[in-house]
Design a protein around this ligand. Structure first.
Ligand code: PAN
Ligand code: ZN
Length: 194
């Protein structure tokens, strides 16, 4: 039997930075075209302010194979695009029945989930929250506070990421600020049958 070498990394429990840093995926405004409900606001901010950093994912490179686990941390910077909070793109796992665990490290966030039949769930997250994303649910997280929101995630190595289905249909609800509060409203861009 082939063995795989054990290793450890250091997770900064204040910031979510995972060291040594191997690979950081950065998502900026320009990577988020048509992801937020207010595309005009996104374009305006990009034009007037520049290409704002929305979130970063510190990824650990591991074999994308059955039996392994993958892990990494996500840091979402505070802010809004129009009235919508900074949020990740969101995805299904390519192998739909692969679950995931999210552990809140810092800041305040909201995890939203949606199944292929259109059911929707949301869970608030803060430091110490351990949230379970069950098999078959698309997931994304938004920062609903004033500080960076970071969380640690662990998922099966063979899960894979499918962004296409969500890019086509989007999520049924979006996280917006209303009267200083985070609320979920119906997404005008949601198209369940696409
Ligand atoms: C997370 C996400 C991360 C960024 O590690 O990949 O939060 O979100 P997007 O991948 O949707 O841009 C995870 O769910 N991994 O499976
Ligand atoms: Zn995932």
């Amino acid at each position: 039997m082939q063995t795989f070498e054990s290793f450890s990394k250091q997770l900064d429990l204040q910031t979510g930075v995972l060291e040594p840093v191997e690979c950081v995926i950065q998502r900026r405004l320009s990577d988020m075209r048509n992801i937020y409900i207010d595309e005009e606001a996104r374009e305006r901010i990009e034009r007037e302010e520049g290409d704002r950093l929305i979130y970063e994912v510190f990824v650990t490179k591991l074999p994308e194979k059955e039996g392994h686990l993958s892990y990494g941390t996500t840091i979402i910077y505070p802010g809004c695009v129009g009235e919508e909070f900074h949020i990740t793109k969101g995805h299904f796992h390519k192998l739909r029945n692969r679950a995931e665990v999210y552990i809140g490290i810092s800041g305040e966030g909201c995890l939203i989930m949606q199944s292929e039949d259109g059911s929707f769930r949301s869970l608030k997250m803060k430091r110490g929250t351990v949230a379970y994303v069950p098999p078959n649910w698309a997931h994304r997280t938004g920062n609903i506070g004033n500080e960076p929101f970071s969380f640690f995630a662990i998922w099966p190595g063979d899960a894979g990421h499918d962004y296409g289905a969500i890019e086509r249909s989007s999520f049924a609800k979006v996280l917006v600020v209303r009267g200083g509060q985070a609320v979920l409203i119906d997404n005008p861009k949601y198209a369940q049958d696409k």
